[in-house]
Structures are given as C-alpha cells and as structure tokens.
Design a protein. Structure first.
Length: 145
C-alpha cells in the first residue's frame, strides 16, 4: 500500500483532491474536469481510495467520491514542526519586498508582452532606421544609373 506522500506526488491526484474539497463529485464529472478518460480517472480514484484519502458513496446508479480529511490532518501534523522554516523565509521575502519602491505602470519589464506597445491615444513609435554602415538601396536603381 502506498503512503499518502507517494499518492500525493501525482499532480492529477492532487487536482482530484482539490475538486473534491469543494464538494462530492461523480466519476463522470471528475473525468470531464480532468480531461482524462473514465478508466484513467477511475485508476487515480482507486489509488486515492486505497490510501484512505477519498471514500465512495453509492447512490442508485452513481458513485459519489468524497474527500476524507483525516489522513491529510495526519500529514499536516507531521509537517507542523517544519513550518518555521517556511514562515521565516516568507517573512524575509516580505520585508525585502516592502523595501522595494513601488512599480509604476510605465516601468513594465520584459516579461510584460505589451511592454513598448502604444496604448490608446498614443502615437506609434518611430520606424527603425537602417543599421549604421549599411545603405538601403534598390539593386535595380544602381543598374539604371
């Protein structure tokens, strides 16, 4: 039997738990949300069920899957002593970010795909000139001279 850590290492299974956190769901609804086949979704649900992270509730022809929070509480309790490392680092990051000057809209960095594009009402930027040391010529015009 897999440990909860091994089960949760799979991103699809974490996504299933995220969906089940909102409310119980049927296999068909999970399949649609995940973009997987029904057998693929069922395989992940079986692994989650075997690890005790979800339970099945049959209702007529449907099977509803629900989150079982108890194993997650055990994981949370195990992780608790390690939280000081994360919170300390996040506090340092927050202090660093608070010392930085605020960014204005005009200082958009290269990661902004619209950086350098004119906004509504602005004239377009001037056309680029030819590189220094090169002439733009039409080869036909030299033949006619």
């Amino acid at each position: 039997m897999a440990t909860p850590f091994e089960v949760l290492a799979e991103p699809v299974r974490r996504h299933i738990l995220d969906l089940l956190r909102e409310r119980p769901r049927s296999v068909g609804e999970l399949t649609e949300q995940l973009g997987l086949t029904q057998p693929g979704t069922s395989k992940h649900l079986r692994v989650l069920r075997d690890a005790g992270l979800v339970r099945v509730r049959p209702e007529a022809q449907r099977r509803w899957y629900e989150l079982c929070p108890e194993p997650l509480a055990e994981l949370d309790a195990w992780l608790a002593p390690y939280r000081w490392m994360w919170s300390g680092r996040l506090d340092v990051l927050e202090r660093h970010l608070n010392t930085m000057p605020p960014r204005s809209d005009s200082s958009a960095g290269p990661e902004d795909p619209t950086a350098g594009e004119p906004t509504a009402g602005e004239p377009p930027p001037p056309a680029r000139s030819a590189p220094v040391g090169r002439r733009r010529t039409d080869p036909r015009s030299e033949e006619l001279s």
